[in-house]
Design a protein around this ligand. Sequence first.
Ligand SMILES: O=C(O)c1cc(=O)[nH]c(=O)n1[C@@H]1O[C@H](COP(=O)(O)O)[C@@H](O)[C@H]1O
Length: 279
Amino acid sequence: MSALAPFGARLRQVMDERGPLCVGIDPHASLLAEWGLNDDVAGLERFSRTVVEAVADRVAVLKPQSAFFERFGSRGVAVLEKSVEQARAAGALVVMDAKRGDIGSTMAAYAEAFLHKDSPLFSDALTVSPYLGYGSLSPAVALARESGAGLFVLALTSNPEGGEVQHAIRADGRDVGATMLAHLAAENTGEEPLGSFGAVVGATLGDLSSYDLDINGPLLAPGIGAQGATPADLPTVFGSVVRNVVPNVSRGVLRHGPDVGALRAAAERFAEETRAAVA
Ligand SMILES: O=C(O)c1cc(=O)[nH]c(=O)n1[C@@H]1O[C@H](COP(=O)(O)O)[C@@H](O)[C@H]1O
């Protein structure tokens, strides 16, 4: 594989060309059933291939949720590998949603699995959890830089339980979520047009003006659709950095399958609404 330009630069370009939408590939058992598919590897393969076929040539980012593939063991992971390859071949960037986080030396192995350019699961970016300490992520930061990949670090997550950790106040008076944002801002210093080290910040969180979201990096914003947020909420939540937001919709699009045209139309509606909201 030839050397890739930095993830942040590649992301900015595809967002400018296609709009910022990220569609999640989340093959819930309930969605397989709604699509008339069996809850088995063949159903998983069909689901994932259909989503890729419907949207990978038109949205900026696809985000497969690894758990739904791991559920089927090695054959599910093989489907995941294929989906990543097909989505990238169609011009979408792939954010692998595996939310990895471990002590430094083991984190290095997770980084090899998803961010080494020769790995079968190589993805343009990976979601990671910093809750073993931000510094535990440093092997992933280093390998991402080397490979032209990126990270999305869980900072202020969309789920209501997240606050008990992320809003905890540290000795310096800042909360934990703000501290993660500050680490990312440092990582992205001087990068143009956009750094490669992003934060996950839920679109469900309302006014976040007390946080400095200006990390010179992308902000992955899940929560639109099934979790209740809408594209119109984005300017309120993200204020002046709304142009750096990558809004994710999973079930809100996926529930329109299995018809390719209906999936595509749903994604295009969200794409249009998000493009308008961030303009
Ligand atoms: O990292 C994520 O992607 C993520 C972080 C977060 O704070 N909240 C969140 O919902 N997600 C993921 O985003 C997707 C949201 O799916 P829907 O609620 O179906 O749109 C799921 O794959 C979640 O695992």
